[in-house]
Design a binder for this molecule. Structure first.
Ligand SMILES: Cc1ncc(COP(=O)(O)O)c(C=O)c1O
Length: 402
């Protein structure tokens, strides 16, 4: 191996401005300066040897519990893709959420959380932070007057989810961010279900974006991971310390896999959104279907907001529907035909169906679920990239048996 690093590449970029698809491939990544490897090496090492006390951390790394070179490259990539100042990667989306909440909330503080947020986020609020003296209000963030009304003197965070899982409620991110700023409150947005291809919340004034990289960043049902993208370096520094305290940094191998899979995110998302739109169009006219929620449907109550905020005219790869008779849902799941699979994940190339009442929202009461618009016959579809004809035919066959 060369003693001195070679320059990363002798070739200059043709332009300072790169279009989104080029950014997704190249953001944050340079060829390895020692070998020319086009893919970032996996630095699978717990410790990084130091030359002297005086030069401690001169090469940037000491211990992979705090920072790791492979993870750092993914962080640089995510920061660029989310238009953040800096980003941090975690060993799960939930670890990213816990680190963020634990950074900004103390005993006596209050946090406004999206009504109908992901079930485990609600559980963390109520079972972990509630007993430590943090108060939470669950608010429908699509109504700005309700958000304003919920603000208290000790409100430190507004935590939105874009869109909510699984009923796809949207938030006017610019309006909520402006309200948060006016009241000296941070606005955190979990944008896992949308992905940065569909929306980049930081460009609407959001302070911090959370991603479960398990979903669209990975896109292949391979890994569990999470990220927080920060607009301010002060927030980044605080969450960095929280991550070390909580011991929740992403592993180098997961970072390596996510670095590769995230390059194809725009291609995957376009195919997934097209499939979701066509499935929504099919389901909405089917006699055995009661309700279909998809932001690209003319009947979707917040379609105008989606049109205003989303990039590239995309409405996301997830849709929610309910079969007419709630009890028929069990039969639907039993009769489900491939290529659909019954599973709890979302965002991957394989199409998946899940039952929110027993999975993502199984930890809520029926009444709580109903208040968020989740019916007992509710089904969440995460559209993959298979041929739409196969996906629609399989659902048609499954519905015939009901
Ligand atoms: C909106 C949302 N946020 C966070 C998470 C948690 O992510 P992870 O499973 O990577 O911890 C999920 C998981 O489904 C989710 O849907």
């Amino acid at each position: 191996m060369a003693e001195q690093p070679l320059s990363a590449t002798t070739h200059e970029w043709a332009s300072d401005h790169l279009y989104p698809s080029t950014q997704f491939v190249h953001a944050g990544v340079d060829p390895d300066p020692y070998t020319g490897a086009i893919l970032t090496p996996v630095y699978q090492s717990a410790v990084f040897v130091q030359e002297s006390v005086e030069t401690y951390l001169q090469k940037g790394h000491s211990y992979s519990g705090s920072a790791n070179p492979t993870v750092a490259v993914l962080e640089k990539k995510i920061a660029q893709l989310e238009e953040a100042t800096a980003a941090l990667c975690f060993n799960s989306g939930m670890a990213a959420i816990v680190a963020t909440l634990s950074t900004f909330l103390r005993h006596g503080d209050h946090c406004i959380l999206a009504k109908g947020c992901y079930g485990t986020t609600k559980e963390v609020a109520e079972a972990t932070f509630g007993p430590l003296g943090v108060a939470f209000s669950f608010v429908d963030l699509s109504h700005i007057a309700e958000v304003e009304e919920a603000i208290q003197p000790h409100t430190k965070l507004i935590f939105s989810e874009y869109p909510t899982n699984p009923t796809l409620h949207l938030t006017d991110l610019a309006a909520v961010s402006a309200l948060a700023k006016k009241n000296n409150i941070k606005h955190v947005c979990d944008s896992t279900l949308a992905s940065p291809v569909v929306i980049r919340p930081l460009t609407f004034g959001v302070d911090l974006v959370i991603q479960s990289t398990t979903k669209y960043y990975d896109g292949h049902n391979m890994t569990i991971g999470g990220a927080v993208a920060c607009s301010s370096i002060a927030d980044y520094n605080q969450i960095f310390r929280a991550r070390s305290r909580l011991g929740s940094i992403m592993s180098p191998m997961v970072a390596f896999l996510t670095l590769q899979s995230s390059k194809t995110m725009p291609l995957r998302l376009v195919a997934q959104c097209n499939n979701a739109q066509q499935l929504a169009n099919f389901l909405v006219q089917h006699p055995k279907i009661e309700e279909v929620r998809y932001p690209g449907l003319p009947s979707f109550p917040q379609k105008q907001l989606a049109d205003k905020q989303h990039s590239h005219g995309l409405y996301g790869g997830i849709l929610y529907f309910s079969v007419k008779n709630g009890t028929a849902r069990k039969q639907f799941m039993k009769d489900l035909r491939r290529p659909w699979s019954f599973g709890a994940n979302l965002g991957a190339v394989e199409s998946l169906i899940s039952c929110p009442t027993v999975m993502s929202n199984g930890n809520m009461t029926q009444a709580e679920r109903a208040s968020f618009g989740i019916s007992e016959g509710g089904i969440r579809m995460s559209c993959g990239i298979e041929d739409i004809a196969d996906l629609i035919y399989a659902i048609e066959v499954t519905l015939k048996n009901l």
